[in-house]
Design a binder for this molecule. Sequence first.
Ligand SMILES: Nc1ncnc2c1ncn2[C@@H]1O[C@H](COP(=O)(O)OP(=O)(O)OP(=O)(O)O)[C@@H](O)[C@H]1O
Length: 230
Amino acid sequence: MSELVLDSVTVRRGAGPVISDVSLRVAGGEVLALVGPNGAGKTSLIESVSGVTAHSAGTMTLDGEPIDKLSRVTRARRGIVHIEQGRAVFPSLTVRENISLTARTAGELDAALTPFPELQKRIDAPTALLSGGEQQMVVLARAFAAKPRILLIDEMSLGLAPVVFMRLMPIVKSIADSGVGVLLVEQFTQLALGLAQEAVVVAGGRVSFQGTSEALQADPELLHRAYLGG
Ligand SMILES: Nc1ncnc2c1ncn2[C@@H]1O[C@H](COP(=O)(O)OP(=O)(O)OP(=O)(O)O)[C@@H](O)[C@H]1O
């Protein structure tokens, strides 16, 4: 099983640190919810894992091997797949073409489409014509076809109605169940905690809670305190 380990990671942006001394572990087969108030540093943290942003201190390993100095492309080749905020589809390409950016064979394309009957019906439509939820399905299918070991998901729900987002959640769970470690940044805290086994709350760039998502769900006061900085 894959394992991503962050040890005392600090990320600087502009004048100062936006992430300070964060340690966490994501194991294959599990979902870790990374939650916290707006501006807490969640995006900065997962961007540092995929290599979009450099970290200034601390270490990161994937299956025991340092990834700190690897480029974004090399990290992606090693299986760190990042679903960035917003619907990162190529709108003028068809659904098939979007997913074929990572699915190399017809079999891989079929496998990526299996959870999405609505996409199978519109496989040759320009992605721009799909609803926001369907576009997010294209993003998920493409990420799955890239054969992730660790999947970083940044606010997939942005701009989607909760009911649409809830349709995507079981698919994220099934990706984790297939052995992928999922680091899920999500503004719908309760939905994220409902899906995740483990949770980390960051506030002001620091970890204010780390433990099981069950513990956070069971204690709204604990969650409230963590959002305020612990
Ligand atoms: N390119 C940048 N240059 C300087 N500061 C930045 C940059 N991007 C983000 N920041 C700052 O870093 C801090 C953390 O932002 P980040 O987007 O990582 O937080 P977040 O927890 O993902 O927030 P949100 O939930 O609002 O997306 C914020 O204070 C933000 O203003």
